[in-house]
Design a protein around this ligand. Structure first.
Ligand code: GDP
Length: 317
């Protein structure tokens, strides 16, 4: 890396920290593209990260995640916070804001310099949420956003993965989603720090709240553990969002008091390091020698010339 490129990275980071949206966008693109300067970028960002409250938003499709995210941004902006939003589609291999951007109901915030919004596809060539999303989160965190919201756009394993990335996970439910709470994936009832019953203007919201409350009560949580609150909202009208913001603050305070914040973040960093290390290993055995070492070893194992342990040793050495 040339001294000039180094300077470029420092300059970019300084401009991002000064609140320049284009610099932030450029840094997030470098993450998405796995740019060669990413290592320098991450080194320059490292001392500035760790301040943002990372909030994950998840729930079944159509429940109102985008609408709620937008309303939450409005509410947090009114309190003077700077907000970064990553709308992540873990099921999509496509990259680029334009494709998913329309989905994010964020037009209200498009011209607000205190809000940064980006859609990301994350099943890219480097594999998954575990790799790109935490790095993009770190960009926004180090750029000085007070809250970083990570909203899942896709379905599937993503809910659980988002929960692993966030300090606080909001799980959205709504009336009229088929069989209701029972139909939701079991996992969703274990990951929520705050439950939101959106579309409270519709019949059945109270019913969903009752179901949720009894299911939360069934889960056994140790003494002194966080008991997830349930908030009713009507996202398009901004109703209930003040309560969501209050619960976010309460949860953040609980995380800090109990040491759970540090535990969650260490868990997150472990996974991130592991993902980078594994990606590095993979690149090593696929790339450097010009031929695929793994393939040659696999052939030897199939032919009975090597056992898989010996082959793995060889790959690692
Ligand atoms: P997502 O797929 O979970 O992101 O859901 P969206 O935010 O795209 O919302 C799905 C649909 O529900 C849209 O047509 C919204 O306008 C509508 N919607 C969102 N929140 C509410 C609400 O509180 N009440 C009602 N009646 N409709 C809502």
């Amino acid at each position: 890396m040339s001294p000039r490129a180094d300077q470029d990275v420092d300059d970019l980071v300084a401009r991002a920290r000064a609140g320049e949206t284009r610099a932030v966008a450029r840094l997030v693109s470098m993450v998405e593209d796995a740019a060669p300067q990413l290592r320098e970028v991450m080194a320059a960002l490292a001392p500035h990260a760790g301040h943002a409250h990372v909030v994950g938003i998840t729930g079944p499709p159509g429940v109102g995640k985008s609408t709620t995210t937008s309303a939450l941004v409005t509410e947090l902006r009114a309190a003077g916070r700077r907000i970064g939003v990553l709308a992540v589609d873990p099921s999509s291999p496509f990259s680029g804001g334009a494709l998913l951007g329309d989905r994010v109901r964020m037009q209200d915030h498009a011209t607000d310099p205190g809000v940064f919004i980006r859609s990301m596809a994350s099943r890219g060539h480097l594999g998954g949420l575990s790799w790109t999303t935490p790095q993009a989160m770190r960009v926004l965190d180090a750029a000085g956003f007070d809250t970083v919201i990570v909203e899942t756009v896709g379905v599937g394993q993503s809910e659980v993965e988002i929960a692993a990335l966030a300090d606080t996970t909001l799980v959205l439910m709504a009336p009229g989603l088929g069989d209701g709470v029972q139909a939701a994936k079991a996992g969703i009832l274990e990951i929520g720090d705050i439950y939101v019953v959106n579309k409270a203007d519709r019949d059945g919201a109270e019913q969903v709240r009752r179901e949720l409350r009894s299911m939360i009560a069934l889960g056994d949580r140790p003494e002194g553990h966080w008991k997830p609150p349930i908030v009713l909202t009507v996202a398009p009208a901004g109703r209930g969002l003040d309560e969501v913001v209050a619960e976010l603050g309460r949860h953040r305070a609980w995380l800090e008091e109990t040491g759970e914040l540090a535990r969650r973040r260490i868990r997150r960093a472990r996974e991130e390091i592991e993902a980078i290390a594994v990606a590095g290993l993979r690149a090593h055995w696929e790339g450097v020698s010009g031929h695929d070492d793994l393939d040659a070893l696999a052939q030897a194992v199939v032919a009975g010339e090597k056992d898989p342990y010996a082959a793995a040793d060889e790959l690692l050495s």
